[in-house]
Design a protein. Structure first.
Length: 497
């Protein structure tokens, strides 16, 4: 019997059943406990039925009482149910750990090291291409190459997510890994603008989408109560990649040149994806309902919680990937920083973001994912205004300090946004929600780097930073609306959301 279906059972299963008494039409019981034929109180309003048999659990039909209890639980700090479902599915027994769960998490870590880690370290590659192979192009024109790459890697999740929900991660991840590895080795052979655009954008984008979506989707199969921490640990893989790739390129480009530097990166990615594919596996069977749902589900935007979250993440992506793409170029505008500053700024940013993924992710399991993300958004904006805006081109120490604080804050964004999405839906529908959100939000990545490059070239770096601060401020306001909608438009500071 499905928990969501109210199936009437005559009250002969009740402890106080008297066969000589007539059966009242209202005197029925619901719940899966009756399916086994065990007796217990039917839990209706009749006073004689309110007795609870030993070892039995009463099932309330009083919706108003449930709502009142939920409000009391909110005020006590218990999590608010915002998924739109009041039922617990049969497979809602999440391991929350154990050998298999941690091995799957390791596989997700490696997949994100190879995919997202390369995406967030694209800035040094962009800077190198602008100085060498593509020196005849402007910063805006070169910026379109990584923008298309990141855009497709995030936007195509709207197709990858539902396919993941239907068929699981195994073949999707394998095909994506093969294409991604081929892309890296072909990138070493590129020489002209259109070759870089086709290789990195058209081939790298879709294959990156398969890896990032399946890695994060599998984590949601194994963790629920600890999902914030688990997602943070998985996303640390992207931080490690964001540190490793710039340092590898910083060392290999002067020694071996561009082609062999990219091949070395390719071999690193090959090893990570081989082991990652072996470790990734689902726990939940493909959902029959998911196979009947449309791949593109714009009906999700009928939920204001999801709509406001999507709009706010759109703004986050402008700030995050705009900064990651333009920071290496930005460092050259002061004229007083060493030539390799861009490599180290990105390495510091991604290195500290490891901490930003774990500590806020761990805290979010106790104080709420939406609450923690809101705190980290405000934290990031404060340091953008205090360090980057006034001192970014004036003080190298201030620039490194900003990179560290920005990395900590944005690391939390990247870990907590998937956790917030998972809080709005059941685990078997995570791929559809994640893909739909990033189909819209990824449009920001398509334009953020060219816009940042154009602003730096035309009006200077300080105006560009001011623009990003304004975008983040608006995004915080919209995110507050999403949290408010989660509370059914009854604002409560202490509610765990």
């Amino acid at each position: 019997m499905d928990n969501t279906t109210s199936t009437a059972v005559k009250h002969e299963n009740c402890d106080h059943y008297n066969p000589e008494q007539p059966v009242s039409a209202a005197h029925t019981v619901t719940g899966t406990s009756r399916e086994a034929g065990t007796k217990g109180p039917c839990n209706v309003r009749s006073p004689e039925c309110q007795r609870t048999a030993p070892g039995s659990t009463p099932i309330s039909h009083d919706i108003e009482k449930q709502a009142a209890d939920a409000i009391i639980d909110e005020q006590r700090g218990a999590p608010v149910n915002i998924s739109g479902s009041n039922t617990t599915p049969p497979n809602d027994d999440f391991p929350e750990g154990g050998r298999e769960a941690w091995l799957v998490l390791t596989g997700a870590f490696l997949a994100l090291f190879a995919s997202f880690g390369f995406m967030v370290s694209i800035g040094p590659i962009q800077e190198y291409l602008q100085k060498h192979q593509l020196s005849s192009y402007s910063a805006r024109d070169v910026g379109w190459i990584p923008s298309v790459f990141v855009y497709l890697a995030l936007a195509l999740g709207i197709w990858v997510g539902p396919i993941f929900d239907r068929y699981g991660p195994r073949w999707i991840s394998l095909i994506g890994s093969i294409c991604y590895i081929v892309m890296i080795f072909l990138l070493a052979e590129c020489k002209s603008y259109w070759q870089f655009l086709l290789c990195l954008g058209v081939l790298g984008g879709p294959s990156g989408a398969t890896l990032t979506t399946t890695a994060l989707g599998v984590v949601s199969h194994w963790f629920k109560r600890k999902r914030g921490l688990a997602t943070g640990i998985a996303m640390v893989g992207s931080s490690f990649g964001g540190v490793a790739y710039p340092l590898i390129l910083r060392r290999t480009l002067p020694l071996y040149g561009y082609a062999w530097s990219m091949r070395i990166v390719g071999f690193v990615i090959l090893g990570c994806l081989c082991l990652g594919n072996y470790l990734l596996k689902p726990r939940l069977p493909p959902s029959p309902a998911a196979k009947q749902q449309k791949i593109i589900s714009l009906t999700l935007f009928g939920d204001l919680k999801f709509t406001f979250l999507t709009i706010s993440v759109f703004g986050f992506e402008i700030v995050l990937f705009g900064a990651l793409g333009i920071l290496p170029t930005y460092t050259t505008y002061s004229g007083r920083y060493p030539a390799d500053t861009g490599f180290y700024v990105i390495a510091v940013l991604n290195g500290v973001s490891c901490i930003g993924r774990i500590i806020p992710g761990y805290a979010s399991d106790f104080i709420g994912r939406f609450n923690t993300l809101l705190i980290m958004l405000v934290f990031t904006l404060v340091f953008m205004l205090a360090l980057w805006l006034p001192f970014g081109t004036e003080s190298l120490g201030a620039l490194y300090a900003f990179s560290a604080t920005f990395g900590f804050g944005t690391g939390a964004w990247m870990a907590l946004v998937p956790a917030c999405i998972g809080q709005l839906c059941e685990a078997e529908h995570f791929g559809r929600y994640y893909g739909t959100l990033y189909f819209i939000a990824s449009l920001a990545t398509l334009v953020c780097v060219p816009i940042s490059g154009e602003l730096v070239d035309t009006v200077g770096p300080q105006v560009m930073v001011g623009f990003m601060c304004a975008v983040l401020g608006i995004s915080i306001f919209v995110f507050v609306l999403s949290r408010w909608a989660c509370l059914d438009w009854r604002w409560r500071w202490m509610a765990k959301v």
